[in-house]
Design a binder for this molecule. Structure first.
Ligand code: 5GP
Length: 188
């Protein structure tokens, strides 16, 4: 049976993981991006089932209890998790599956799927990260402050992952991710 690969892309909120992923998927439509479940309210323009599956906290808790999530974590007051079944199905079909998740969830995947490739995206500097989070201007000041506090502790954990990519230049960062994804598999 062909078995696909699991790729975990992590890094602080605002570092540009979403932009990197969109470009990566445009260039490699064969990749499968997992759609997470969250209790966070949709931001303007976000579509249910596309950006996230938006659920209530009770529905989320039910999914946790029933073992439907591959990993989950609480982030800035909301819960986020990866639905297990689609990921397992895609991997069993030989596809390369991407998870775009925060640090706690990425650590859980490192435990349960040690063969997963972990990619940590770093900001050019913490000041630049603050600028990016603030200029997104979609979150309340309270949410921004929680995200900034979390960002520093996430950056400190970058070394736990297989590769670290600084997102200062989109093309360069993409190139490094592509190298890691499509390089011949070395036993790890
Ligand atoms: P946002 O609210 O900005 O969309 O996401 C906040 C954080 O949650 C981001 O760092 C994002 O990577 C992370 N996240 C999104 N989906 C998941 C998930 O399924 N599991 C975990 N652990 N984190 C997630």
């Amino acid at each position: 049976m062909r078995t696909g690969k699991l790729i975990v892309l992590t890094g602080p909120s605002g570092v540009g993981k979403g932009t990197l992923l969109r470009s990566l998927l445009q260039r490699h439509p064969e990749l499968y991006l997992s759609t997470s479940v969250t209790t966070r309210a949709p931001r303007p323009g976000e579509v249910n089932g596309q950006h996230y599956f938006f659920v209530s906290r009770a529905e989320f808790e039910q999914m946790v209890v029933e073992g439907e999530l591959l990993e989950w974590a609480e982030f800035a007051g909301n819960c986020y998790g990866t639905p297990r079944r689609p990921v397992e199905q895609q991997i069993n079909q030989g596809r390369c599956v991407l998870l775009e998740i925060e640090l706690e969830g990425a650590r859980q995947i490192r435990q349960t799927f040690p063969e997963a490739l972990g990619i940590f995206i770093l900001p050019p500097s913490m000041l630049e990260l603050e600028f990016r989070i603030r200029s997104r201007a979609q979150d309340s000041e309270d949410a921004i402050l929680r995200r900034l506090a979390r960002a520093q502790s996430e950056v400190d954990a970058a070394h736990e992952f297989d590769i670290q990519v600084v997102n200062d230049d989109l093309d360069k960062a993409l190139g490094r991710i592509e190298d890691a994804l499509f390089a011949p598999t070395v036993s790890r």
